[in-house]
Design a protein around this ligand. Structure first.
Ligand code: CDV
Length: 314
């Protein structure tokens, strides 16, 4: 018996700052309808899918900044996504900026939710690895102020949904092997992952030509090493003058890309994903219980930075 999830990786082209939530939600709805027509059960949207990638600007005015966050989910402008999902019987993953009030204190997170085919939220996750910087760095053509505008999440959960074990991650999380392994240790069979990745990396421009190679490298390795599907979905194209890589792809537990977008605009990549394919990796090469050696991995959780040994005196 195979367990198939029909997935649509719903890439978005650029979202400009002047685009309203209503404009963007109309594009997401078009993706939901199109995916439904193609027989999909699940649509995966990118990171911060409701707005332009606002951490590229330094903002001091809290009003200006807060306009990019959602205070409730669903809210007045997003409820239609949930209602449509329920009516069509199609679930979705959505990345957005969350403004939560916890014990009377406002907190901001880079968040993703998984919504089931009944339009109800199955799970919520907050981005763990926040890249960039927390102070204005005027030498950059574009800021990357995620460390200023968000607090980090503290876990990679998984959820029973769509007939399997589903996990979530966001953008920079995909570059860290720990992300996939923590979910792999909870039996993840499909990891949903939205991203906003500029082609140009100001601290290391020498990597720019490799940005797509690195994008696929990390997701393909994460899939294979944990015997899981990975659905990586980009916000792509030239957004407010900043060129974003595309490269949306659906990756099998073998590490192979089985479907991909070919443009930098709104586009669906679709695959019929057999969750039972995970078993042939999880029960052989990556049979964790049989082969892992956690007693040798203590540094992974006890240490953050690298500490090379002292050079031996000549
Ligand atoms: N949104 C991101 O997390 N972007 C990072 C960039 C800054 C490198 C990424 O890892 O793609």
């Amino acid at each position: 018996m195979s367990r198939f999830v029909h997935v649509a990786a719903a890439q978005l082209g650029p979202i400009q700052r002047s685009d309203s939530r209503r404009d963007v939600v109309a594009r997401l709805l078009a993706h939901l309808h199109h995916a439904h027509e193609m027989g999909c059960h699940l649509v995966v949207f990118p990171e911060l899918a409701l707005t332009t990638f606002f951490p590229r600007w330094y903002m001091e005015d809290p009003e200006e900044l807060n306009a990019f966050y959602e205070r409730e989910m669903p809210g007045p402008e997003t409820r239609i996504l949930f209602d449509t999902a329920a009516r069509l019987g199609i679930g979705f993953y959505l990345g957005y900026a969350e403004l939560a009030v916890e014990q009377g204190v406002e907190r901001r997170y880079n968040t993703a939710i998984l919504v089931g085919r009944d339009g109800k939220i199955v799970g919520k996750y907050r981005k763990v690895h926040l890249p960039g910087h927390d102070q204005h760095e005027p030498w950059r053509a574009f800021q990357h102020l995620e460390k200023r505008y968000f607090e980090p999440g503290d876990d990679f959960g998984v959820w029973q949904a769509f007939g399997g074990v589903m996990g979530m991650a966001l953008c920079n999380d995909r570059r860290w092997s720990e992300t996939y392994r923590v979910m792999g240790l909870q039996g993840a069979e499909m990891i949903l992952l939205g991203y906003n990745t500029p082609v140009h990396n100001p601290p290391a421009p020498e990597h720019d030509d490799l940005s797509m190679f690195h994008n696929h490298l990390v997701m393909q390795a994460g899939a294979y090493q944990n015997g899981t599907w990975v659905v990586g979905v980009a916000k792509a194209g030239k957004e407010e003058g900043c060129e974003m890589i595309g490269g949306t792809s659906i990756i099998a537990p073998s590490g192979e890309i089985v479907a991909a977008c070919s443009t930098k605009g709104d586009e669906l990549a679709i695959a019929r994903c057999d969750l039972d394919l995970c078993q042939s990796y999880k029960s052989t090469t990556f049979n964790f219980d049989r082969h892992r050696r956690p007693e040798a991995y203590g540094r992974i959780t006890s240490q953050r930075g690298a500490t090379p040994p002292q050079p031996v005196a000549a």
